[in-house]
Design a protein around this ligand. Structure first.
Ligand code: XIL
Length: 459
């Protein structure tokens, strides 16, 4: 009761703080600021969350965005069984407690993730031999102890994670193999008993749109509800691929909501085959926007959580080789088009800032009496990739390019233009491309001072 009153008080204080910020914002209209996702979500009656691991919270840019842009946090790993009980009988709550403290300090709610899963289990559990009764008792004890430890601090628990195969049947796991599907109901009952106020979820991936796996989840949810098992919501992870977001997300979420359940997008990221190009990032914006919009179109969709907020620390490249750039902030914690897609879905109507190209050029020559070889490296110092490039400069002292490699070089009088070839068209944010050429000179051979990348002057 007291905690609930405190929460209301905190919300009221926040609302006042929010109003003050708004007034300040109006007083200084010339200062274009990025939208605050949590304010937009709150205005829509939803939350917007982001996962964070302990090490991510140690990155100041990460923590700053986590605590200001989002009003829900999910621990990336710190509440998983291998994290909390690596040694049988010895609990380590430090990572989870720190995440909860961070969330409370920033007026965020917490999604507990996750109590029963086939993955990230401690060795003593996966390599041990247990009778069925002993295993069931271990499961119930784990759920009870963890939910009790965090009681009153967790808004939603992913009680069971990823119980299904792609065809909608039960996934073979330590739990299913020995206990059958009843482990799911047991875990939910234990969680309810330990913290009656927490909303209890089953969470899975590739259930975002309609299909066999989603049908399996639907049937599971329906049968649990019919048996009176305490189940409050279904989590849809939303680990998606650029340009391949299912078109049925809204329809799918709605059918679960129609069972009387809450629904939430719990781990949204939209990966692409690297390198990121402007076209892919534009598609990614549309993809994030469509998922958030689908949630908003379903009144029981309580919120959306993104699985990490910046590309620098995403789990994607390690699990899907060659893929990445799946998040709404880039490697340098700058907002990507996808961030504005989320904001637009949440009702923001501002103008998406056009990123200005910025570049640095290194120019070196090896010269002899009449000729020289030049090596040029162009670096994209901006935060978005450059796809397709032209580097221009002038040769006021009469130098003439005769032959080039790794670029097509054209010269008209003193004006020179080097254009990418097919295999080096993209310069990743922070990345470089290099090319070279032979040229002639006489008199003097000064280095150019006026390099421009796609029309923008470089340093
Ligand atoms: C991932 C974490 O992000 C990684 O740091 C960890 O190495 C593996 O797990 N579905 C889930 C999450 O439910 O717990 C997973 O998180 C990503 C897929």
């Amino acid at each position: 009761m007291k905690t609930e009153q405190l929460r209301h008080l905190r919300r009221a204080v926040l609302a006042v703080a929010g109003a003050a910020t708004l007034i300040l914002g109006l007083a200084a209209p010339s200062q274009a600021a990025d939208p605050v996702l949590r304010d937009l979500a709150t205005a829509k009656g939803r939350y917007i969350g982001s996962a964070a691991t302990a090490s991510e919270l140690n990155i100041s840019s990460y923590a700053a965005l986590e605590g200001t842009q989002f009003n829900s946090a999910t621990p990336g790993n710190e509440m998983k069984w291998e994290s909390v009980e690596a040694t049988r009988g010895t609990y380590n709550w430090t990572g989870g407690d720190n995440l909860v403290s961070f969330a409370q300090a920033h007026s965020m709610q917490v999604r507990g993730h996750t109590l029963v899963w086939h993955s990230q289990l401690p060795n003593w559990l996966t390599s041990g031999t247990f009778t069925n009764d002993a295993l069931r008792a271990l499961l119930v004890k784990h759920v009870t102890d963890e939910v009790t430890h965090f009681k009153g601090k967790i808004n939603q628990w992913d009680v069971v994670n990823e119980p299904l195969n792609e065809d909608g049947t039960y996934r073979a796991s330590l739990w299913y193999n020995q206990l059958g599907s009843s482990y799911i109901a047991d875990a939910l009952r234990a969680a309810r008993a330990a913290d009656p106020a927490a909303k209890l979820y089953i969470n899975d991936y590739n259930t975002d749109g309609t299909g066999s796996k989603s049908d399996g989840m639907y049937n599971l949810a329906k049968s649990l509800l019919a048996q009176g098992v305490p189940l409050d919501g279904i989590g849809f992870q939303g680990h998606l691929i650029v340009g391949s977001v299912p078109t049925t997300v809204q329809t799918n979420l709605q059918r679960f909501a129609d069972l009387g359940l809450d629904v939430a997008v719990t781990e949204l990221d939209v990966r692409m085959t690297l390198p990121a190009t402007t076209a892919l990032l534009t598609q990614q914006k549309a993809d994030f926007k469509s998922v958030v919009s689908a949630c908003l179109a379903v009144s029981r969709c309580v919120g959306v959580t993104v699985w990490g907020l910046g590309d620098a620390t995403s789990w994607v490249p390690s699990v899907f080789p060659g893929q990445g750039a799946a998040n709404i902030y880039d490697e340098n914690y700058q907002p990507k088009p996808a961030y504005y897609g989320v904001a637009e879905a949440l009702g923001w109507t501002g103008t998406v800032p056009v990123p200005t190209a910025s570049c640095a050029v290194t120019y070196g020559v090896n010269q002899w009496n009449t000729g020289f070889t030049a090596s040029v490296t162009v670096k994209n110092t901006g935060t978005t990739p450059v796809s397709g490039w032209s580097l221009t400069w002038t040769y006021p002292s009469g130098q003439k390019v005769t032959q080039a490699w790794n670029a097509t070089v054209a010269q008209s009088g003193t004006a020179v233009t080097a254009t990418n070839v097919s295999y080096n068209a993209t310069i990743a944010a922070g990345g470089t491309q290099a090319f070279g050429f032979n040229a002639s000179w006489s008199g003097s051979n000064p280095a150019p001072t006026d390099f421009k990348l796609n029309g923008t002057a470089c340093s």
